[in-house]
Design a protein around this ligand. Structure first.
Ligand code: AMP
Length: 526
């Protein structure tokens, strides 16, 4: 089946051809005719399946036939993160280039005034994150009674991030007669309940997961002492033919430090996390996409959904404490049938997170060593209640024998590194303590705790201003310093998602941040 069989007009077919697509993906083949018929759709599909075009193409077709009134958008697309919202708006621009549709992107970190101007002119397509949309709505700047098509994208992620109360509030003010398209990567009971509530007799479409990342991503694990992690990373980068790479850290506050360390060592690295201002996030991502910089040191805000082709490597500077995050992180490489490499740097204490990941992916991650750093072993005493013996460089792991890395043999392909920087010899005073293993809320079929409504008002605005005041510019150099010198307020808890953390949720629910679970040694008074 070709695109011309799906009921799309010649203008759209031209745009599709310009995008270089020849055949519809399975979700497009199934969803487009249904959406064109006006039917509700419940799509179980991950990013990477072509689902964005699956809903944007028929929407453009439908919306091409009418005109928008001031402040009354005709369609609404809800996305969990600013980056995903921006990515969907790019798709609209790409596929809608032969149509005259007005689009507005309502995301935090961007001035309200600009967004209001656009809404005042009348928009056919409104793409928004829930918090910012409610802020506009609460100010009376937007009327939602003319929305004919609603898209809720990445519903399981919305659930994980605690956005469901916001979504319910938004859907509550939309017209009852509308078309709803609902997409989720998983179908946990809670997601099923929501879809039952929001959709009327939907066409259910389920597409297979993308080819398992294991097929296109070569994975390896290095176990080192926590103080040797940066050196291990440097050694891995140098030993590999790294064109560009995501380097994931568990905690936002480690990202800037690591980025500076890499920059000081001659690597072209930038940082991306949820505490940066939106213009800085957008600019950083653009520089990485355009290959102006090769290493993106980031939090899990970059782990899902971002569609950057041809990323050669992923490095996990920390083992993610949520096994599912591992799959999302390494899925940033090995896309579109290309092979990618994913390296994870673990400390002995992170054994249980490694075990959880290996159980999820159904395979051991092959261990390797680097020539520059002493290898350690995972401390299995805390895994599955079993105690295993084996000291430093003692018994090899049972799951996979360590292989020698290509470190010694491979040529240096990254920019030249200068002589050892003084920063490198400084101890890392406080390595990330692993947070406890948890399943995501969507996996457990639970809701995130609701925020109290008083915090909703101006939330985005307030936090963005706060972040502007606090956030370091991504490329600003600061000496790498001992954590003990830092003010306490900087010691942010580790959240699984930056944007969720940004929202200032009322409670931690089950996700007690790692710092609250740490054992604290009390000093004896003299
Ligand atoms: P998505 O799942 O919507 O994030 O799309 C993933 C990637 O697939 C994007 O880079 C799209 O540009 C690309 N894509 C979408 N539809 C097609 C198609 N029919 N043929 C080739 N590439 C596509």
């Amino acid at each position: 089946m070709g695109f011309s069989d799906l009921g799309l007009s010649p203008d759209l077919l031209r745009a599709i051809e310009d995008a270089g697509y020849t055949t519809p993906t399975p979700i497009q083949e199934q969803a487009i005719p249904q959406v064109l018929m006006g039917r509700d759709v419940m799509g179980i599909a991950q990013t990477g399946t072509g689902k964005t075009a699956g809903f944007t193409l028929p929407m453009i077709e439908i919306l091409g036939k009418g005109r928008a009134k001031a402040r009354m958008p005709r369609s609404l697309i809800l996305e969990p993160t600013r980056e995903l919202a921006a990515q969907v708006s790019e798709s609209f621009e790409k596929y809608g280039k032969h149509h005259k549709l007005n689009m507005a992107l309502l995301i935090g970190g961007v001035s309200f005034a600009e967004q209001e101007k656009k809404i005042d002119r009348g928009v056919d397509v409104l793409i928004a994150t829930p918090g910012r949309l409610l802020d506009h709505f609460g100010r009376g700047k937007i009327l939602l009674q003319d929305v004919k098509i609603l898209v809720i994208d990445e519903a399981d992620r919305m659930l994980d991030m605690g956005f469901i109360p916001d979504i319910e509030r938004i859907v509550g003010v939309l017209p009852k007669i509308r078309q709803t398209l609902f997409f989720s990567a998983t179908m946990a009971p809670e997601i099923r309940k929501l879809s039952d509530k929001f959709l009327i007799n939907p066409k259910q479409i389920s597409v297979d997961k993308k080819a398992s990342t294991a097929e296109t991503v070569v994975q390896n694990l290095v176990v080192v002492n926590s103080k040797a992690k940066r050196e291990a990373l440097r050694s891995l980068i140098r030993s590999e033919n790294v064109k560009n790479a995501f380097i994931f850290c568990n905690r936002k506050r480690d990202i800037g430090t690591l980025q500076k360390y890499l920059a000081q060592n001659g690597f072209s690295a930038v940082a991306l996390h949820g505490d940066m201002t939106q213009p800085a996030r957008t600019e950083t991502l653009a520089r990485f996409k355009n290959n102006e910089v090769s290493l993106l040191v980031c939090s899990d805000v970059a782990a899902r959904g971002l569609d950057i082709q041809a990323v050669s490597h992923v490095f996990n500077f920390d083992v993610p404490s949520n096994a599912e995050d591992y799959v999302h992180r390494i899925g940033r490489t090995g896309r579109a049938g290309m092979t990618g490499r994913a390296y994870t740097i673990a400390t002995p204490e992170e054994a249980k997170y490694v075990a959880a990941i290996e159980s999820l992916i159904g395979n051991p991650i092959p261990r390797i060593t680097t020539d520059d750093v002493d290898a350690e072993e995972l401390d299995m005493s805390d895994v599955g209640g079993k105690r295993r013996r084996g000291g430093r460089k003692g018994k090899a792991e049972e799951t996979a024998k360590p292989a020698r890395s290509r470190a010694a043999a491979a040529p240096e392909t990254m920019p030249e590194a200068p002589a050892e920087s003084p920063a490198q010899t400084q101890p890392e005073a406080d390595e990330a303590k692993p947070a406890r293993t948890r399943r995501s809320r969507s996996e457990r079929g639970e809701r995130a705790p609701a925020r109290d409504s008083g915090r909703d008002q101006g939330r985005d605005q307030g936090r963005d201003q706060g972040q502007r005041d606090k956030a370091p510019a991504p490329t600003k150099h600061e000496p790498i310093r001992d954590r003990r010198d830092e003010p306490k307020r900087d010691r942010a808890p580790r959240f699984s998602d930056d944007d969720a953390a940004d929202t200032g949720s009322g409670g931690f629910g089950d996700d007690v941040p790692a710092f609250l679970l740490r054992t604290v040694k009390l000093k004896k008074s003299a």
